[in-house]
Ligand binder design. Structure first.
Ligand SMILES: Nc1ncnc2c1ncn2[C@@H]1O[C@H](COP(=O)(O)OP(=O)(O)O)[C@@H](O)[C@H]1O
Ligand SMILES: N[C@H](CCC(=O)N[C@@H](CS)C(=O)NCCC(=O)O)C(=O)O
Ligand SMILES: [Mg+2]
Length: 499
């Protein structure tokens, strides 16, 4: 997001800029304990590090940056230093990963629970309705997914009001940034190895981040379970993808460390080039597909025509391992997040009482709009809530004044439209002053952060081949911005230093 829209954001002099602040921008305060010249030196080191280590994204300014690899790259937006994070909450977040992995798998097997929980949403939300149709078709033919691969990211914020770690959402499709997120941790370790003393920050307190290698490991192990040496992995991508380098990091690890070939295809290409053999094998562009790894297909924008829906159905009907399957995809909807937070629901899927308690401890308030009392208090105090449609990818939530307006309108209509949304308690992380680097320039701003923990789950019939936490993503955004999202342009990539 261009700095211009954030008036209070201040530029910190960087070598790229003359010492005096440009016209119209107040000269930044000296960063805590740091001279502007020292910051400029670190910014230069960091941006060079990004370029030579592939911590890069496509540059909006270059029209071909989302389609032609190697053209129009810019360093990924990042924070100059890691954000402090209490070790106790880090440990709690990591422990939750395998439990959430197990929960997703158990819930995915209860097709009736998924259909029933989403039945009212189905009436008013076409996108979710189409996903449910595909799921229903699989149930009709009793389709079994013996081999199941989940590559999830559970996102949390530290709520300063209650001093607790609360889950924002669980992503079960296209959990992005395992590649770039890992690199930011390495960037910060490198910077603190050199400047840590002056800053009083110990690089060894930055947790190692294996997200990229472990996601590649999970994909490689799934390919092995499919047990066809000539098969490829297929990554389903959007026609334009400025985050392609995050995806290529996984493709590269798969080739270098697992000897597995990956092809990248859009949904339209899958429909045009794909077919299912009599034995169920998915063949695309003449190649047998072992694993379908979705990095698209999570948003209505990915289905501009019936062609894309045809592709989604074709893949679902095949024997390829879908990551995620349609069931895993539905488990990750916000409506299911809200249903699982109801009393006595987790007990239907998990046996271990301690695990159930650990999950419930990180649940924020989550309600359907049937709850009149909550809707009333949300209309009275809209800033204490977030209104969420069943959408992924950032930029879809409703806050504050708009939240009140929407609820008043929906309430008056008393129609089924209420079922398209869930209401969530708004979480208030403590803000801190951060150096953000975008487009080679360093800004100082008040920010809040969101910690995503990656989890990988691989099962073949009764054998759980993998179930672990693998790395993390820290995203930091200006505290005045309601929405988040690096791809959406609101947040920068960060890492954590344990306190
Ligand atoms: N309960 C909440 N409290 C505070 N901020 C929230 C809350 N829920 C979402 N957000 C903000 O909105 C962003 C997007 O919400 P999220 O539920 O992650 O939707 P999406 O699936 O589009 O990423 C989050 O990254 C976070 O910045
Ligand atoms: N362009 C696609 C982006 C895929 C995407 O938006 N994924 C959602 C979960 S569904 C997500 O992880 N959002 C957090 C990352 C952010 O802050 O931008 C990709 O990279 O493959
Ligand atoms: Mg999100």
């Amino acid at each position: 997001a261009a700095a211009s829209h954030v008036p209070q954001r201040r530029r910190v002099a960087s070598r790229a800029m003359s010492a005096e602040a440009p016209p119209g921008v107040a000269p930044a305060d000296e960063p805590a304990g740091l001279k502007a010249a020292a910051v400029a030196e670190m910014v230069e080191e960091a941006t060079v590090w990004c370029a030579v280590h592939g911590l890069v994204v496509g540059d909006r300014a270059e029209p071909r940056s989302g389609t032609v690899p190697g053209v129009g790259l810019v360093h990924a937006p990042f924070s100059l230093f890691p954000t402090r994070f209490p070790a106790s909450f880090w440990k709690q977040a990591c422990e939750l990963a395998p439990i959430f992995n197990d929960l997703v798998d158990r819930v995915s097997l209860d097709g009736k629970f998924l259909q029933d929980s989403l039945s009212k949403t189905k009436q008013v939300d076409d996108f979710t309705s189409r996903l449910l149709d595909i799921h229903a078709k699989m149930m009709e033919v009793n389709k079994k997914e013996d081999i199941r691969l989940g590559l999830h990211r559970s996102d949390y914020m530290l709520d300063s009001e209650t001093n607790s770690l609360l889950q924002i959402e669980l992503n079960t499709i296209s959990s992005s940034f395992p590649g770039l997120g890992s690199l930011v941790s390495e960037l910060h370790r490198t910077l603190l190895n050199q400047y840590g003393k002056a800053l009083g920050l110990d690089s060894k307190r930055i947790p190692r981040n294996w997200a990229a290698t472990q996601f590649a490991e999970a994909l490689g192990r799934a390919w092995a379970e499919f047990n066809n040496k000539s098969a490829v992995i297929m990554m389903v991508v959007q026609p334009e993808e400025r985050n392609m380098y995050d995806q290529y990091w996984l493709i590269n690890h798969l080739k270098e460390s697992h000897g597995v070939k990956t092809i990248r295809k859009t949904l339209a290409q899958v429909e045009a080039e794909g077919q299912i053999l009599p034995d169920g094998t998915l063949v695309v562009d003449g190649q047998t597909v072992s694993v379908v790894y979705f990095r698209a297909g999570y948003s209505p924008n990915d289905y501009p025509s019936e062609v894309e829906w045809g592709a989604r159905l074709l893949m679902e009907q095949s024997s390829a391992i879908k990551c995620p399957s349609i069931s895993y995809h539905l488990v990750g909807t916000k409506k299911i997040q809200q249903e699982l937070a109801k009393p006595n629901v987790l007990e239907r899927f998990l046996d271990n009482k301690e695990d159930i308690a650990k999950l419930q401890k990180c649940f924020a308030g989550l309600w359907s709009l049937d709850n009149e009392e909550i809707v009333k208090s949300a209309i009275e105090k809209p800033d204490l809530f977030v209104l969420k449609p069943q959408r992924e990818g950032g930029g879809n939530n409703i806050y504050g004044h708009d939240l009140r307006e929407t609820l008043v309108k929906l309430h008056k209509e008393q129609g089924e439209a209420l079922a398209a949304y869930i209401l969530m308690q708004r979480i208030f992380p403590r803000a801190s002053l951060t150096h953000l680097v975008q487009g080679g320039v360093c800004f100082e701003d008040l920010t809040i952060s969101e910690l995503g923990i990656y989890g990988a789950y691989l099962r073949n019939k009764d054998k759980v081949v993998m179930n672990n936490q693998c790395g993390y993503l820290m995203r930091t955004k200006v505290s005045s911005s309601n929405e988040g999202g690096v791809a959406a342009g609101f947040a920068v990539l960060d890492s954590i230093i344990l306190t």
